[in-house]
Design a protein around this ligand. Structure first.
Ligand SMILES: Nc1ncnc2c1ncn2[C@@H]1O[C@H](COP(=O)(O)OP(=O)(O)OP(=O)(O)O)[C@@H](O)[C@H]1O
Length: 267
């Protein structure tokens, strides 16, 4: 069990008259058996902004992120509130299938289906009842454009997704997630398995995506966090230690633990 040695934390909250909150957790705890991986985390995520979750390995970033759209159901015990559109989506009676249309997720390793590019994107749409061929084609084009992949694949959407490069596969996974037109995109180190060039291209597409989506991203890469995020939450031992504008976290954090981490003294 991680030791709770956090004496101080500093969590910024938004003035809700000026900032629209897309998602919020209140007193969130996550236990894997007796191991408390997330301790009482209350954070707000502003709409159409990118929030980075940073911290050393094992600090709880992925556990927290995965709890936000109930990916930890059946794996961990998650208590506390996850507020989306005035609804606590951590309640038992929430339709998880429906909720995930609004809160989509992209994982660390590109995981396209072993199907064509076109089918990767239309699969979930069809399962949700979209049948019209023209509408499906429009959605495929729009999401591939938003994920900055359209120009490279538009001439043959019937090739296998597995024939794409790693970076292209990850952008396809982003396109697949946004094809559902979610409000919120959760990304768990989406560029960590990619080479630096593909990683920068994914970053650039995320910057464009924030015009339309609220993005919450786990990253180990400090440069990436400072390049793309508006806000940053620093996690340590399952606690959200400090949350503020990214520039503040990286240039003048209040808490020593944050300072040590962002200046590379541990982690
Ligand atoms: N499926 C699981 N079952 C049991 N314990 C888990 C599981 N996933 C994570 N944990 C534990 O929860 C704690 C937080 O892990 P988590 O993966 O959330 O951290 P992280 O900050 O995302 O780490 P990393 O950067 O290495 O991915 C760790 O103690 C880890 O061992």
């Amino acid at each position: 069990m991680a030791e709770n040695n956090i004496e101080k934390s500093r969590i910024m909250t938004f003035n809700e008259d000026k900032h629209e909150i897309a998602l919020e957790t209140k007193d969130l705890h996550v236990h894997y058996g007796s191991n408390e991986a997330i301790r009482d985390v209350s954070l707000q995520f502003e709409r159409f902004k990118i929030t980075a979750l940073i911290g050393a390995s094992g600090s709880g970033k992925s556990t927290y992120l995965r709890s936000l759209n109930r990916m930890n159901d059946g794996i961990a015990d998650v208590t506390g509130k996850i507020i989306y559109r005035d609804l606590d989506i951590n309640k038992d009676d929430v339709d998880i299938y429906e909720m995930r249309k609004h809160i989509g997720m992209v994982f660390q390793r590109p995981n396209p289906f072993s199907k064509s590019i076109y089918e990767n994107i239309t699969f979930a749409l069809k399962r949700h009842g979209m049948k019209d061929k023209q509408l499906l084609e429009e959605r495929v084009e729009k999401s591939l454009k938003q994920a900055a992949l359209w120009d490279q694949v538009k001439d043959d959407l019937n090739v296998s997704a597995l024939s794409l490069s790693g970076g292209q596969q990850q952008r396809l996974c982003i396109a697949r997630a946004i094809a559902m037109e979610p409000d919120i995109l959760l990304l768990d180190e989406p560029a960590s398995a990619l080479d630096p060039i593909s990683s920068r291209i994914v970053e650039e597409s995320l910057l464009e995506l924030k015009e339309k989506y609220t993005i919450i991203i786990v990253t180990h890469n400090m440069q990436q966090a400072s390049r793309i995020s508006d806000y940053t939450a620093f996690f340590h031992s399952g606690n959200a230690v400090e949350f503020d504008k990214t520039t503040t976290i990286f240039t003048r954090p209040t808490i020593k633990l944050t300072d040590d981490y962002v200046s590379g003294n541990f982690g």
